[in-house]
Design a protein around this ligand. Structure first.
Ligand SMILES: Cc1cc2nc3c(=O)[nH]c(=O)nc-3n(C[C@H](O)[C@H](O)[C@H](O)COP(=O)(O)O)c2cc1C
Length: 316
């Protein structure tokens, strides 16, 4: 049985979602925060701070993720995070968004191997100096794609990764221009498992217990599996993989939805941001309601929380 990680999904897996998920479902060994972008202000935004505030997050199983190409910014954020007690920091080298990539960040940084190498050198060299005497140096893990324009970029990228004591590499076997649409490129998984010094976590298009089991069989050396969209759609996935499959518990799922709704009503002011968030979830949840097209349409059309609740009441 492999550890299961919940993938970070910006705008979806925030601390409210992660905490509620753990309360209702669990089965997840690590939760990754959506990326935080440290910058020259040397301050986290309120939204970013919520993601790592030890009062609002479990420091034992939460891994803060950073997105930057600047060693000074990374190290500033890392120091703050280390002093909050977190044991691992994840470095985002996978984000495919055009604006991020244009700034040579996320998967955009993969196209500049010298810059990447220099950045990792500076991070790993300075890391011990960020800790208090006797404090354990935190793990630095990486979440990466194969490259920006060509998957063959990965050979050089992996050589760079191998120069540093990276704790885990989460491999999303696509290139930047594949976004999340194109098929994954499984032919690079075996190469990575054979040549990487770090432990390998597999991510991408794992959608069922059977997919998890197939990955375990095909790649026995995989350390863990990271699942994103399928776990939002079916939050029971990790728990049922670990504890044996059972029928989907619709009542529990509806309770989970309504607790999320009340928590977002508390966090945000006004109906709009709450509805925006709930509709993001429904893009995934709707697959659990194959014969409720009309209700799903009404949920999508809801302009107020009251419209939204009325639409939900029509679910059979
Ligand atoms: C809406 C959305 C937001 C995402 N945000 C992040 C993020 O903040 N950090 C990150 O490393 N990956 C992010 N990802 C990528 C996911 O973590 C994951 O790698 C991707 O969804 C593929 O895994 P899956 O097929 O299991 O969903 C995001 C993906 C989506 C669809």
């Amino acid at each position: 049985m492999k550890p299961i990680y919940l993938a970070p999904l910006e705008g979806i897996t925030d601390n409210i979602y992660r905490n509620t998920f753990e309360e209702y479902y669990g089965g997840v060994d690590k939760y990754f925060t959506p990326f935080l972008s440290p910058c020259s202000t040397f301050k986290f935004t309120t939204r970013e701070f919520d993601e790592i505030d030890p009062k609002k997050n479990n420091i034992e199983d939460t891994v803060p993720q950073l997105l930057t190409n600047n060693a000074e910014h990374f190290l500033w954020a890392a120091k703050e995070i280390i002093h909050m007690g977190y044991k691992e920091i994840n470095f985002n080298l996978g984000c495919p968004s055009g604006t991020v990539v244009a700034k040579k960040k996320g998967s955009g940084l993969l196209f500049y191997p010298e810059l990447l190498d220099e950045l990792l050198f500076q991070i790993f060299e300075a890391l011990p100096s960020l800790c208090n005497p006797g404090q354990k140096i935190p793990d630095i893990s990486i979440k990466t794609r194969l490259g920006k324009v060509d998957p063959e970029e990965f050979y050089e990228i992996l050589e760079i990764f191998n120069k540093y004591p990276i704790s885990e590499i989460t491999l999303h076997p696509r290139i930047q221009s594949d976004f999340y649409r194109e098929p994954i490129r499984p032919e690079y998984i075996d190469y990575t498992l054979t040549h990487a010094k770090a432990k390998i976590v597999l991510n991408g298009e794992i959608t069922s217990i059977s997919d998890i089991e197939k990955s375990e069989t095909a790649y026995p050396d995989i350390h863990a599996l990271m699942i994103g969209r399928a776990m939002i759609a079916n939050p029971e996935l990790a728990f049922h993989y670990k504890n044996g499959p059972k029928e989907f518990d619709m009542q529990k799922f509806q309770e989970f939805q309504s607790v999320l709704l009340s928590k977002y009503e508390e966090r945000f002011s006004g109906d709009k941001p709450v509805l925006y968030r709930m509709k993001e979830f429904w893009a995934f949840w709707q697959q659990n309601y194959p014969s409720e097209e009309k209700v799903i349409k009404n949920i999508r059309k809801a302009k107020t929380i009251s419209d939204y609740k009325n639409a939900l009441r029509q679910l059979t």
